[in-house]
Write a protein that binds this ligand. Structure first.
Ligand code: SF4
Length: 459
């Protein structure tokens, strides 16, 4: 067994990758590896990668270029790539980058200790991109830990059966497979016992959780709702076609399910939606928004949008703007289309010119961000219940999330608030976040920091 080696893991991309990195770390620690936060000092450097967009992939390749210098200085360093770029490029990546020692896909996580053993003992360069075959169910309990983050993520399924024409996910993550509810709930209880208050269930197309089995996402949510001590439930990512009436109604009758849903619409034009193989129309999408607001009038909806999909005309694009204006989303992730090799859309020849994509992105951002800012500003003076998760990036203030999933910086919260749900009076808002004051804080802590006391609202 390889022992006394240190490992640095850098994660790119979505929450599922964050979760996978946690599993890699736990599995490797169990096999004698020590975590090392400084990339320069680590014996093993592992990049857990994302290939959903061209830009994400370029970031990985550019970092690998920089890491070559470290390996030139210390040839004993072992460098590996895991995740979706590893799955997509496999052996080709190893051939292109001589400094690389191993390349693995998302289904090779449990085999990582053995792969590193092979690299160290035989000096081999290893590729493992085998995807799980077999049935609709798979097992992958979270490793037990003495502590959990206040807001934890839990993968409940993997893969996708949809094959949207632009998307690489079904190629790098395989077909849909779900974990059994009993196993997931056991994980929820373990995480809650270790300190988690909120769980977000993760799946690439989570609405079809349980496909091919007798279990459904609604059942999973009901079961989780019954877990004492768990305070908040969320799930991501939904597909508008698969969001059924039962799931929508749960936003009105499931106490712990947060009133927030990420529902990507991608494009407003029915013609483009058809080319994207999304299997819904703008009217159908808007009807679901209406049903969601019927069950839960305050539900915060967020979305993903792709502008400049091949063949998108100005008229098509105006339908996207129309949808943004009609729904007034609480959050929006807007992207220029980028072709992913191997997908159906990569063969479309009617690409939209880059300057047109740029200009459309700006117009879409102006509308989407305008509504988000307006909504956030409307929260000033209101009180929001926030789960305090951590210090912010600068280490200045504690931050958390409101029920509607807004990031809230709390200007007078102390370490004692970490992991607690506190009431915050909102005093400031931008597109990206809210700021405010912990209403129940002892008066003295409001005046401790001069930056804070300068803007404390009158009592
Ligand atoms: S449903 Fe989502 S993950 Fe599945 S192919 Fe479409 S975009 Fe990709």
């Amino acid at each position: 067994m390889v022992s006394d080696k240190s490992i640095y893991i850098k994660t790119f991309g979505c929450q599922m990758n964050v979760y996978d990195s946690d599993r890699m770390r736990a599995g490797l620690e169990k096999n004698g590896f020590r975590p090392e936060p400084d990339v320069r000092r680590a014996d093993v450097i592992l990049l857990n990668t994302c290939s959903i967009r061209e830009k994400a992939e370029h970031k990985v390749l550019s970092l690998l270029g920089q890491l070559r210098t470290l390996k030139d200085r210390d040839p004993h360093k072992v460098i590996g790539v895991a995740g979706c770029v590893g799955q997509r490029m496999g052996r080709a990546l190893l051939q292109t980058i001589p400094a690389l020692d191993f390349v693995v896909g998302p289904d090779a996580i449990d085999r990582l200790p053995g792969i590193l053993e092979e690299v160290y003992s035989k000096g081999s360069r290893v590729v493992d991109t085998q995807l799980d075959g077999g049935g609709r169910v798979y097992s992958q309990p979270v490793p037990s830990a003495a502590w959990a983050r206040p807001a934890e993520f839990l993968t409940v399924m993997k893969g996708c059966d949809h094959f949207c024409s632009y998307c690489i996910v079904p190629f790098v993550r395989g077909r849909e497979k779900s974990r059994p509810i009993a196993e997931i709930i056991a994980d929820v209880k373990r995480l809650v016992a270790a300190g988690a208050k909120e769980i977000t269930f993760l799946g690439q197309n989570i609405n079809t959780y349980g496909k091919g089995t007798a279990e459904t996402l609604s059942q999973l949510i009901d079961e989780a709702d019954r877990v004492t001590e768990l305070e908040r439930i969320r799930y991501v990512t939904s597909h508008p076609r698969d969001l059924n009436e039962e799931l929508m109604s749960q936003f009105g009758n499931t106490p712990k399910l947060c009133p927030a849903l990420h529902l990507p619409f991608q494009a407003g034009s029915d013609r483009i939606l058809k080319r994207m193989a999304r299997f819904y129309t703008q009217a159908e999408y808007l009807a679901k928004v209406e049903r969601l607001r019927h069950y839960c009038p305050d539900i915060a909806l967020s979305t993903d949008v792709i502008v400049g999909f091949p063949g998108e005309t100005e008229e098509d694009f105006k339908q996207t703007l129309h949808l943004l204006e009609s729904v007034r989303f609480s959050g929006a992730f807007l992207f220029k289309y980028s072709s992913r090799p191997g997908t159906r859309a990569s063969h479309f020849t009617d690409e939209v010119a880059e300057p047109v994509k740029e200009e459309r992105l700006e117009r879409a951002q102006e509308i989407a961000y305008g509504w988000i800012k307006k909504e956030n500003e409307g929260k000033k003076g209101r009180k929001e219940k926030c789960l305090i998760e951590s210090l912010d990036k600068k280490g200045s203030y504690y931050m958390g999330r409101s029920l509607s999933n807004k990031v809230v910086h709390v200007l007078n919260a102390g370490a004692a608030c970490l992991g607690k749900i506190i009431e915050v009076e909102i005093t400031d808002a931008t597109v990206a976040s809210l700021k405010g004051y912990y209403v129940g804080a002892p008066k003295v802590s409001r005046q401790m920091d001069p930056k804070i006391s300068a803007s404390v609202p009158p009592a």
